[in-house]
Design a protein around this ligand. Structure first.
Ligand SMILES: Cc1ncc(COP(=O)(O)O)c(C=O)c1O
Length: 333
């Protein structure tokens, strides 16, 4: 039986009607990337992709400056995380640093990995040698924290033969991103940065030969659209669009933070394209906003019941949110 606490509540998905504005997903609010979208639309889906993904592995490897066998594609980072937890040589405890992305704990449960939850970076480093797999989200979802202990963690992990995996979902949207230890396993989900989360495509880059890992997925785990998407986001036109949009998102995030502070709210800004705002009863406010066509991420499931996570969105969306929040907060008093 899946523990209730572990039922996934992901941003960007609920069963209600499509919202007017969606602040709950951390995908690039200025997307989709027009080049990646075009590449997907021009893809002919009448054939299977190459089951070995030889070409796309080679292109991703070249982009990251590693050997092709160090890369494995998957149907998104979530799928790759689930596969990691099922690896034969990772059968011991899995270490995480909550509050963080719920999928790590969700994957550990059916894989029957004991879960170690560190309550501070110091404890994370202390518990590392007791784990076989440790996952850190960089920057962290939902707090946006960028950890300063990545190299120290990687050094301990290497010495104690622990796999340290870094989930880099929002790394390409981060201001002054931290340098990444080369011995860490790196999970990439460019569908976030390019605003195309419906495309299920991600990849893993590791300091080892991933041939065995590749065979832990069903054949054709990534469809032709995912393959076309990954290929396009490596191109300079798509990378240039990303650079433009991320600078714009940082500006919009700062504007949103300023607007929220002007409402008297405490804001925890991050280096990425999202922030946390303390609103009191987050679930109540999230439901009220949803009724007005505004979807926000209630952080209760992260253990933060007073906070909402909001991503930077276009100016008109942010203006509508600030207006709705001002009116909801006045009604409360
Ligand atoms: C931190 C983090 N990692 C991974 C994912 C999922 O990525 P993908 O769409 O590649 O499965 C999410 C989605 O919300 C996320 O927040």
């Amino acid at each position: 039986m899946i523990d209730d606490v572990l039922k996934p509540i992901h941003g960007g998905t609920d069963s209600g009607p499509p919202p007017r504005y969606d602040f709950s997903t951390n995908a690039n609010g200025l997307g989709p990337d027009p080049y990646a979208l075009k590449a997907i639309q021009q893809t002919d889906p009448s054939h299977y992709p190459d089951p070995l993904y030889t070409q796309i592995h080679a292109e991703l490897a070249q982009f990251h400056g590693v050997a092709p066998e160090q890369v494995a594609v998957g149907a998104g980072t979530s799928e790759l995380i689930h596969r990691l937890t099922r690896l034969r040589f990772l059968r011991g405890p899995m270490l995480i640093l909550p509050p963080t992305f719920s999928e790590y704990a969700r994957a550990a449960q059916p894989a029957e990995l004991p879960l170690l939850k560190a309550d501070s970076p110091e404890q994370f480093l202390r518990l590392l040698p007791q784990s076989t797999l440790a996952i850190l989200c960089v920057p962290n979802n939902p707090t946006g924290e960028v950890y300063s202990f990545l190299h120290e963690a990687a050094e301990i992990a290497q010495r104690r033969q622990v796999v340290l995996a870094l989930d880099l979902a929002y790394h390409p949207l981060t201001q002054n991103p931290p340098s990444l230890p080369p011995t860490a396993w790196r999970l990439f989900s460019p569908n976030k940065a390019h605003g195309l989360t419906g495309v299920r495509a991600g990849y893993l880059v590791a300091p080892i030969d991933l041939n065995y890992f590749r065979h832990t997925a069903a054949s054709w785990v990534l469809g032709v659209h995912g393959e076309a998407f990954l290929r396009e986001v490596l191109q300079s036109r798509s990378q240039e669009w990303l650079s433009w949009s991320r600078a714009e998102l940082w500006r919009l995030r700062a504007e949103l933070a300023q607007g929220l502070r002007a409402l008297g709210l405490e804001v925890q800004e991050s280096a990425a394209n999202f922030l946390l705002v303390r609103v009191g009863r987050a679930t109540e406010l999230a439901l009220k906003l949803r009724e007005q066509g505004l979807r926000v991420r209630d952080c209760t499931s992260f253990g933060l019941p007073e906070w909402l996570r909001l991503s930077a969105q276009r100016p008109e969306a942010q203006a509508a949110l600030l207006e709705a929040m001002a009116s909801c907060l006045t009604q409360k008093h």
